[in-house]
Design a protein around this ligand. Structure first.
Ligand code: SAH
Length: 345
């Protein structure tokens, strides 16, 4: 079996491949259209490609998607897809329908190396990076599972792993997903990359001009608390993180998202809310408060609802758009911070 997977190649790389196989660049563009725009993954079904080109292609490359090992529906309408990769590793992707949107939460790594104290994925450690075909493949598989006429409308890189720690594969995937002519064709404004706060990578991402949304997992407004919750803060403290955020290029009306997990007695006080409002002063921000999702062995608890709402009011009074994001799929282990799949021995 050939190692080269056509899924995960940029349309321009498919054009190069066509030339390498003695065909014109046009054949490469047709190939990209079949895979990314029409969602056809069988070379034999690509009827307008010459037979000999198809057979040379079949010798050189394959079209492979992650295998859907399990689909677990939640009572709230979301679905957790457990996907098995070529080497047996598993990642999850979560489909979340909501009114007129269908959001897919994608993974970028098997496990995660950043060890945030409140996150179950963080207890796995990092197994490996996902490749572009494995990232884009999650979307292609999810779209195929939806009913005819339905399609994922929004993509959030908020599953397992730290997207900015898998930078080249992330950027390649974003380019494929947002290429309007030959790629999958999502508007970049429908994509959101979430990070623990890798400052140099945030700056680099800003320079790529990809126009995707940026989400920062903030979770605390002081270095003292944040360093306790998120080891990354010891390398990139809040001042450096916020400076990078302020430099991130935003389009008109675009905002930076801030995730803030609410942990009982840790970061949920009125003082914390006021400190957060001060930290975000002058930033075009939208805050998502995420009530902590529990897992066995976690050292944290979710604050009582009145505390969450009081925290939200302080931010709202300070003029900061703030929503409480009740995670989807809590009953099926699909909620924020609950993704962990057994690693093969
Ligand atoms: N590594 C990236 C992408 C993951 S996004 C990042 O951290 O931004 C997943 C979000 O869920 C992050 O904001 C993460 O901090 C948050 N999270 C982790 N564990 C959680 C939990 N138990 N309850 C609620 N949110 C959690």
């Amino acid at each position: 079996m050939s190692e080269l997977n056509l899924v995960g190649l940029l349309p321009a790389q498919m054009e190069d491949l066509a030339v390498e196989l003695g065909a014109s660049r046009y054949r490469g563009r047709q190939l990209a259209t079949w895979i990314y725009r029409k969602g056809v993954f069988d070379l034999q079904a690509m009827s307008d490609l010459p037979r000999d080109f198809r057979s040379r292609l079949a010798e050189r490359a394959r079209i492979a998607l992650p295998e859907v090992e399990r689909v677990t529906p939640s009572q709230d309408g979301s679905k957790k897809l457990v996907l098995r990769l070529d080497d047996g590793a598993r990642v999850s992707a979560v489909l979340m329908p909501d009114d007129d949107r269908i959001t897919l939460c994608l993974s970028t790594q098997v496990g995660c190396g950043f060890a945030c104290e409140f996150c179950l994925t963080g207890t796995m450690g990092l197994e490996r990076n996902l490749t572009p075909d494995e990232i884009v493949g999650q979307l292609l598989v999810a779209n195929r599972l939806l009913d005819a006429g339905q399609r994922v409308t929004h993509l959030v890189f908020m599953g397992m792993g730290e997207p900015l720690a898998n930078y080249p594969a992330l950027v390649q995937s974003i380019r494929i997903l947002t290429d309007a002519k030959l790629g999958v064709g999502y508007s970049p404004r429908r994509l959101t990359v979430s990070t623990v706060g890798l400052v140099s990578a945030i700056e680099r991402l800003g320079r790529e001009n990809l126009k995707v949304n940026l989400a920062i997992s903030l979770h605390a407004a002081s270095d003292e608390v944040r360093s306790r919750l998120m080891p990354i803060n010891r390398s990139w403290p809040l001042a450096s993180l916020m400076a990078a955020v302020r430099r991130y290029p935003l389009a008109a009306r675009q905002r930076v998202f801030f995730e803030y997990v609410m942990l009982d007695g840790v970061n949920d006080g009125a003082d914390d809310a006021r400190a957060l409002a001060r930290l975000l002063r002058g930033v075009r921000a939208k805050v998502n408060l995420i009530p902590f999702n529990g897992w066995e062995g976690a050292a944290f608890a979710r604050p009582p609802l009145p505390r969450i709402l009081a925290f939200q009011s302080i931010l709202l009074d300070a003029g900061i758009t703030t929503t409480v994001r009740w995670s989807k799929g809590e009953d099926i282990g699909a909620a924020c911070g609950q993704l962990r799949e057994p690693v093969p021995a």
